[in-house]
Design a protein around this ligand. Structure first.
Ligand SMILES: [Ca+2]
Ligand SMILES: [Ca+2]
Length: 328
């Protein structure tokens, strides 16, 4: 139910108000409301108690009843630190450096401490201060920048990333396309598990950008992917992707984007490392991420909807980006 929505004012305080999106229910003028309201509330408690979390607000002129078809959840922000399955956690605000500093390492804030590194100066992404909602990001040039982390053991997975790509469409990529890997454990066959990336490809004679999750499972099924269009260059997104042992599913800013049919099995156990900004296969030179990453997470399970939406809310509030669910 979405009849309350959190707003944050200039002081950073959280205010609650009736959601305008939810104001599609019955509107009762105040005078008649003196009679109807007690009846409505009685009916509400008789039939609807337990299917809502809070009570609608009223003002001097009207009262909004609930749109019972609106199932948008209300979530508190959940820090990844509160979830035991966080396997990799790269957040730019864990770094202290001057604007423009090449990064030889991006610390992993998960308990694994699988810090991502690259000792070659020309291939190091740049630290950028006060870039997104006053917070820093890590900028990849799309040419040769990447960082390499470690292998993580997992059988199901969730990726969550706060990212934008700035790399422009190149018609030379054609219908085969160009994968801009955000975080990937994807070396030469068979050493591939999963990869989250933006993809440019030619569709109907023009470049179209998508988000994708590639997954390889351990029953010999070739890598399958889920992805759809409608993402834009130079626009920040909170991306989430899960594989739960059956289905791979993508979310954009909290909203379901697309899902595969069932592929029962565990993620293939590759012993190769995770890369930020590329994949590890021999074709990696052609699949570099160009853009900015503020925060990139890998969980070693398919998070429940409640936990995924909670982390998305945490990131939404932190970076000032909208998600479909209401965040407290
Ligand atoms: Ca470079
Ligand atoms: Ca492994």
């Amino acid at each position: 139910m979405d009849f309350q929505r959190a707003n944050r004012d200039a002081n950073g305080d959280t205010n609650l108000e009736a959601s305008k999106e939810a104001r599609t229910g019955v509107v009762v003028p105040a005078a008649r409301g003196q009679i109807l309201l007690p009846l409505c509330f009685l009916m509400f408690f008789l039939f609807c108690a337990g299917c809502v979390r809070d009570f609608p607000q009223s003002n001097a002129n009207e009262v909004y009843l609930l749109d019972l078809l609106d199932t948008t959840p209300v979530r508190k922000g959940t820090s990844p630190a509160d979830l035991s399955s966080v396997g990799l956690w790269f957040r730019a605000d864990s770094i202290s450096a001057a604007d423009g500093t090449p990064l030889s390492s991006w610390p992993d804030s998960s308990p694994n401490s699988f810090h991502a590194a690259n000792g070659t100066a020309a291939e190091q992404p740049l630290f950028r201060t006060a870039f997104l909602n006053g917070r820093p990001v890590v900028s990849f040039d799309g040419v040769n920048d990447f960082l390499v982390s470690s292998d993580v053991e997992y059988q199901t997975v969730t990726y969550i990333a706060v990212v934008q790509f700035t790399k422009a469409w190149n018609p030379g990529w054609g219908t085969f396309g160009h994968r801009m890997n955000i975080l990937a454990q994807n070396d030469d066959f068979p050493n591939a598990s999963t990869a989250l990336y933006f993809n440019w490809a030619e569709v109907s004679g023009a470049g179209q950008a998508t988000i994708s999750l590639r997954t390889k499972i351990d029953d010999g099924t070739p890598m399958f992917y889920v992805g759809t269009g409608n993402v834009q260059q130079n626009e920040w997104y909170i991306l989430s992707a899960t594989f739960d042992g059956q289905y791979a599913t993508l979310y954009r800013n909290g909203a379901l984007q697309s899902s595969t049919g069932p592929y029962p099995g565990n993620v293939y156990n590759s012993n190769t490392p995770f890369y930020l900004g590329r994949h590890g296969a021999s074709t990696a030179g052609t699949h570099r991420f160009g853009g900015e990453m503020a925060e990139v997470l890998l969980f070693t399970e398919a998070l429940s909807a409640q936990d995924r939406e909670g982390v998305e809310c945490y990131l939404s509030i932190k970076y000032g980006l909208s998600v479909i669910q209401s965040c407290l």
